[in-house]
Design a protein around this ligand. Structure first.
Ligand code: AMP
Length: 138
């Protein structure tokens, strides 16, 4: 399995596709998932092209996880969440659909189930507002 540089997240990194940006540094980018399974569902990705955790350089993972923690803390605060779920899938058999390493960060409320994937994009205004809520507490 090799990294395909034409994947959708590589296009976001190249500025060829839009995203609702939450955080960016030299090595990583965090943005809203367009089909959020919970309010505030954010994706954190490394800028270096890696297919998933199986081929990524440990240094890339280390830097990425520090940002995951930063986003988890901020989204817990922004959404007054009871908990924060971190998810990550490797290869199609494990549920991966976009083949650029990414970590899901989902604020969770007690007793509120995740929304199922409907294949429908969320309202852009709502995504923009949620991105701003997280950015404002970073
Ligand atoms: P997975 O590969 O299963 O870990 O999930 C890929 C995630 O990327 C899904 O939750 C999608 O909703 C999300 N996604 C797909 N395309 C975009 C996009 N253009 N911008 C933001 N999120 C996306």
């Amino acid at each position: 399995m090799t990294y395909d540089p034409n994947n959708i997240f590589a296009k976001i990194l190249a500025g060829n596709l839009p995203c609702h940006r939450v955080y960016e540094d030299e090595h990583n980018l965090a943005f809203m998932d367009v089909m959020p399974q919970a309010d505030g569902h954010t994706l954190v990705i490394p800028k270096r092209g890696s297919r998933n955790i199986l081929d990524a350089d440990p240094e890339v993972i280390g830097s990425l996880m520090a940002v995951v923690q930063k986003i988890a803390r901020a989204s817990q605060k922004a959404f007054a969440a009871d908990g924060v779920m971190i998810q990550q899938f490797n290869e199609a058999a494990a549920g991966q659909t976009v083949f650029h390493l990414h970590i899901h960060v989902l604020p969770r409320m007690t007793g509120v189930p995740l929304r199922p994937h409907t294949g429908k994009m969320a309202d852009q205004t709502v995504l923009a507002r949620h991105a701003e809520m997280i950015r404002s507490v970073l």
